[in-house]
Design a binder for this molecule. Structure first.
Ligand code: PDD
Length: 287
């Protein structure tokens, strides 16, 4: 069945949605995005996503095409008209379509940003079977650009990384730079030693995950120890547990890294507990 999508002020069937071939998102990956989860028809951590979106836009000197309240109304309308119970809302803002190809940024007075939103229905999103069995990851070099803190639509290398993982019979890839894990292709990464959770500190090397922020806050509230520092693949292989977080996977256990099983090869108790706490709290605060 055709979805209703949103393009620059208009709700329309997906097959009627059109973007200019001169759009800078299409020609130059000159755009940013957010993915907000929907559970029980409600948005998870919407305020966090709005805050990061504003930061991404500001770092790229792009104007916001709508207020947070307007974006909330659009998210809610799309969730409602498409009957999404569990799934995601994808939002993308590009620097617009100046009507020609040019490296120089167009004048925002004459070239407004492009705003697109659509839903992805994923019934049972929070009950993904891998949450019980865990995922397998490989390590790959991180060859992305240096501003990974900006959530841009330049996703070719992460996409290639997922394909490398698939080719190796695995689920995802953890990227490594200067000997240390940066993040997963589309998630933040963690290892667990005893009751201590280790995850890379924030910098321009990684995306400031909205799920990461919530999970670290909830872990501290649950009196778990959190250490924010880089770790190596060797350290990860020797850890008791590992997991990753993202808006669509929540807290996802990792049971194998580069062919080495972690612990007994099944998801560990710290990961399982964090996933439960996270989902519980997020369902409560969903809007
Ligand atoms: N990806 N790191 C990268 C490189 C990401 O692409 C993502 C999210 C994250 C986790 O961020 P958050 O917790 O805010 O989702 C970390 C989204 C889900 C995606 O591209 O689909």
């Amino acid at each position: 069945m055709s979805r209703t999508v949103y393009v620059n002020g208009t709700y329309l069937p997906e097959e009627d949605a059109k973007i200019s071939i001169f759009d800078r998102g299409f020609l130059m990956a000159d755009g940013v995005y957010e993915v907000t989860s929907v559970l029980g028809g409600k948005l998870i951590d919407f305020a966090g996503h709005c805050k990061r979106l504003a930061r991404s836009l500001s770092e790229l000197d792009m104007a916001a095409p709508a207020t947070d309240d307007e974006l909330l109304a659009i998210h809610r309308e799309l969730v409602a008209v498409n009957g999404v119970t569990d799934g995601m809302v994808y939002l993308q803002i590009t620097r617009g379509a100046p009507g020609d190809r040019d490296f120089v940024f167009p004048d925002p007075a004459t070239t407004p940003p492009t705003l697109v939103l659509f839903t992805q229905s994923r019934p049972g999103l929070a009950g993904h079977p891998a949450a019980a069995t865990g995922m397998k990851v490989i390590s790959i070099p991180d060859i992305r650009w240096g501003r990974r803190d900006i959530k841009t639509v330049q996703l070719l290398y992460p996409s290639m990384g997922k394909m490398m993982a698939r080719k190796a019979g695995c689920d995802d890839a953890w990227m490594v730079e200067d000997g240390f894990v940066t993040e997963g292709t589309s998630n933040n990464t963690y290892i667990v030693r005893g009751n201590r959770i280790v995850t890379r500190h924030l910098s321009s090397d990684i995306l400031q995950g909205i799920t990461r922020a919530a999970v670290l806050r909830l872990a501290a509230e649950a009196r778990m120890e959190v250490e924010e520092r880089p770790f190596t693949i060797e350290e990860a292989k020797a850890a008791d547990e590992a997991f990753f977080t993202s808006a669509s996977a929540f807290v996802m256990p990792v049971v194998e890294i580069d062919g080495a099983a972690l612990g007994d090869g099944t998801p560990g108790p710290v990961t399982a507990r964090l996933r439960d706490i996270y989902l519980d709290e997020m369902r409560k605060s969903a809007i």
